[in-house]
Design a protein around this ligand. Structure first.
Ligand SMILES: Cc1cc2nc3c(=O)[nH]c(=O)nc-3n(C[C@H](O)[C@H](O)[C@H](O)COP(=O)(O)OP(=O)(O)OC[C@H]3O[C@@H](n4cnc5c(N)ncnc54)[C@H](O)[C@@H]3O)c2cc1C
Length: 388
């Protein structure tokens, strides 16, 4: 059985100085009130154009982000590959929807696909579909509301942009992950992604949809997606995450008076997450799995399912992934044991990746629980290095 306890393997890629920096950062993040105030202050500073780079870049940015551009990420990609882990470059500019911003996101994502095609240490490309049209259009189409002519045109433009990206990924043989965000955008996104899979996944999974298992309807949707793939004779690319927007989802549902799409409790999310992994491994001839989690049980469970099915550790249809800067004990112990591992490596200008950093900070407060684990692992490794 795989163990995630070996901190020597987990932190081999980190100098003692890096470890100390991570320790101080996680120690700071442990204070919930500091994270709340810090996040709000940073966003306000940005709004009134007060520079925040000097404080953000050497601290939280350095922990969780690869660099401002694809080129700046190259040393990090190289460093990860020295320890058998790959990287997925994620252009993390969020919440922009002017035509110029959409065009810029399209060009940048095409560049990232091309970059992945020429670097064996970058096994996937990725994008957020919300970068390619307006929130209004995604929401209205998903809710089947009547569209104006201009919105109709914009919905078609969105489909075309996604097609451009998927075709480019297919032509260059780079599997591409399509992230999931708010549930009220997802119906339209699912339709478009399913159409892309039907077109480009005939020989293997190139296009991957994301299943957020904190939604109570996603296990059923996984089975439906699998049925569609069987009927259409194509491969299903399935990326799994628990989901990052739980509070926002619940608040909106309550405010607008509809049933929350989120599971009633954490146990239900965990149950469906693990059931989804099991379902996929049992149908591995049709489904490729991307396991995006920091949960030790779900990571270990997938290795056990693979063993039960007699699959090799490096079966190309199964990947494990954690975010850069988090859960290295899972990533590097899996990579050391020969499993396919890729770190999600966000990149982008400091001021544009702030929403991503705020989410990471919130996920790492003591309330959410990750920080205690990171801190105790780092402390264990610092003690080991100091011969304690
Ligand atoms: C490689 C990778 C890619 C990612 N891509 C996406 C993406 O495309 N879209 C996205 O939304 N997120 C994405 N994420 C973020 C991801 O959703 C969070 O990191 C994840 O939810 C944290 O959960 P965990 O699986 O690590 O496990 P854990 O820490 O065990 O679980 C925490 C999660 O469980 C769920 N949960 C917690 N409490 C409850 C409760 N009371 N009721 C119901 N559910 C609960 C929430 O989803 C919470 O985030 C990605 C993460 C990784 C590692």
């Amino acid at each position: 059985m795989i163990s995630f306890d070996n901190t020597e393997i987990a932190f081999k890629s980190k100098s003692s100085r890096d470890l100390k920096r991570s320790y101080l950062l996680f120690k700071t993040l442990a204070h919930n009130s500091l994270v709340k105030v810090g996040g709000a202050l940073t966003q306000s500073a940005l709004r009134v154009h007060i520079p925040v780079n000097w404080i953000v870049k050497p601290t939280i940015y350095k922990q969780f982000v690869g660099g401002e551009s694809i080129e700046e990420c190259a040393p990090v990609v190289e460093q990860l590959s020295n320890f058998n882990a790959k990287a997925i470059l994620d252009y993390s500019v969020e919440g922009k929807e002017s035509p110029e911003d959409i065009q810029a996101a399209l060009s940048e994502t095409l560049r990232s696909i091309k970059n992945a095609s020429s670097n064996k240490n970058i096994p996937y490309a990725v994008f957020k579909p919300t970068a390619f049209t307006t929130a209004k259009v995604l929401e209205k189409v998903s809710a089947a509301l009547p569209l104006t002519d201009a919105e109709e045109k914009e919905a078609n433009n969105f489909k075309q942009r996604i097609e451009t990206l998927c075709k480019s990924a297919f032509d260059q043989d780079v599997p591409i992950l399509i992230d999931a965000e708010d549930s009220w955008f997802q119906k339209f996104i699912d339709e478009v992604v399913n159409a892309m899979m039907a077109k480009y996944n005939k020989k293997k999974a190139i296009v991957f949809n994301t299943f957020q298992m904190y939604r109570h309807d996603r296990l059923e949707f996984l089975k439906e997606s699998h049925d569609m793939a069987q009927e259409g004779d194509y491969f299903l690319g399935a990326k799994f995450v628990r989901g990052a927007y739980m509070e926002k989802e619940r608040e909106r549902a309550e405010k607008l008076g509809y049933p929350s799409p989120i599971q009633p409790d954490k146990e239900s999310t965990d149950r469906d997450y693990n059931a989804a992994l099991k379902y996929c491994v049992e149908h591995i001839n049709r489904i490729s799995v991307f396991n995006g989690t920091h949960n030790e049980f779900s990571s270990r469970y997938l290795t056990e399912l693979m063993e039960d099915q007699g699959l090799k550790n490096d079966d190309t249809r199964i990947w494990f992934s954690q975010l850069y800067g988090m859960s290295d004990h899972i990533s590097f112990n899996l990579a050391h044991a020969g499993y396919n591992v890729a770190k999600y490596l966000p990149y982008g200008p400091v001021k544009h990746v702030i929403p991503y950093l705020v989410r990471r900070a919130e996920e790492n407060t003591s309330v959410k629980g990750q920080t205690g684990r990171e801190l105790s692992l780092i402390t264990k490794e610092m003690n080991r290095r100091n011969g304690k």
